[in-house]
Design a protein around this ligand. Sequence first.
Ligand SMILES: Cc1cc2nc3c(=O)[nH]c(=O)nc-3n(C[C@H](O)[C@H](O)[C@H](O)COP(=O)(O)OP(=O)(O)OC[C@H]3O[C@@H](n4cnc5c(N)ncnc54)[C@H](O)[C@@H]3O)c2cc1C
Length: 379
Amino acid sequence: MTATASYYSEEHHLFRDACRRFVAEEIAPHHARWEKEGKVDREAWLKAGEAGMLLTNIPVEYGGGGADFLTSAIFIEEMMGHVFTGPGFRLHSDIVAPYILNNASEDLKRHWLPKMASGEAIGALAMTEPGAGSDVQAIRTTAIRDGNHWVINGQKTFITNGQLADIIVVACKTDPKAGAKGVSLILVEADREGFKRGRNLEKIGLKAQDTSELFFDNVRVPATNIIGEEGRGFAYMMNELPRERLLVAISAVAVMESALKWTVDYTRDRKAFGKSLADFQNTRFKLAEVKTEVTVARVFLDDCIAKFLKGEFDVATAAMAKWWLTELQGRVVDTCLQLHGGYGYMWEYPIARAYADSRIQRIYAGTTEIMKEIVARSL
Ligand SMILES: Cc1cc2nc3c(=O)[nH]c(=O)nc-3n(C[C@H](O)[C@H](O)[C@H](O)COP(=O)(O)OP(=O)(O)OC[C@H]3O[C@@H](n4cnc5c(N)ncnc54)[C@H](O)[C@@H]3O)c2cc1C
């Protein structure tokens, strides 16, 4: 079950077919191994680039696919429908690349976007620090101007693609006394002297996803590596966050739709007390509830996507979609796991992975509590 909204054209359906083939051939055979190894092969990134799966939404002149936002939505649905959470494609193509496209200099765009589209350069976004997550203004990493360079000092944590990244968009204080107005975004190449990666962090889910600490010890980068204007970093982040939250919401609905399907199939096949689990009234009622909730979720999500396509998706609606759909994801996946019994707790069943991997959805890209603050502020 995937989106059938009217804004999908014939080309979108063909692109979905291509995504399905790519996922079946290049992701499915390797994902379990990547989970054990704690990261994805670089080869998979190159294959994704070759197949036209990266930066689909970035103009052709910068090496991207030149397609609309729906191609990003489709690829995310096809990956998340199988809970293939290892490759940080979403962050790379739909978060880091737009930061560069919408805000960076022409030189940075022309240099990095084609490499990101081919999978040759992997991107990360580093905002969070050990002492500052929700409260981004409290970051302490500094970038101090020294002639034609920025000198960066500080530490980041929980950074997706942290072990593999070739370029990192780093949120820094260029004016430590100025609060939000003192935050700038600076592109740091991973081969700069003084840059070090920390541990690949051990997580309760997203086992194939590399999530790391990053350290900056007098890292010198050219002054031209700044993304956009000095002191505008916070404003750029606020502009990009609704899109990021919509992408999280899209993946939430994709996981829920799959969880429902797996659970209907499982409860039909599995027998107890001489009948199928699906014949017990409790199972039927739980599945009826899940089906209803997932249907309501899909209608809301489709409306959010339609608004986004029309340029009418506001910050508060993005926050509503992010918190409500990810909280629902948690409840739906939990219900579906319960209906699998002990098998639902076994890693080889996708519902187990969905359970572990869904938990983070309520935390990253802005926690549920921060989303409610945003919604409340809009009232
Ligand atoms: C797997 C993973 C991947 C991630 N990827 C990235 C990445 O690529 N780049 C990046 O920069 N970051 C990333 N993050 C970080 C993530 O965005 C933060 O963890 C998140 O924003 C929360 O920050 P925190 O962990 O510091 O929690 P805190 O901000 O300390 O929050 C702790 C609790 O307090 C609550 N709280 C905080 N402030 C308020 C408030 N004002 N009102 C009410 N409640 C509040 C929170 O909602 C939460 O429940 C990732 C995290 C994980 C776990």
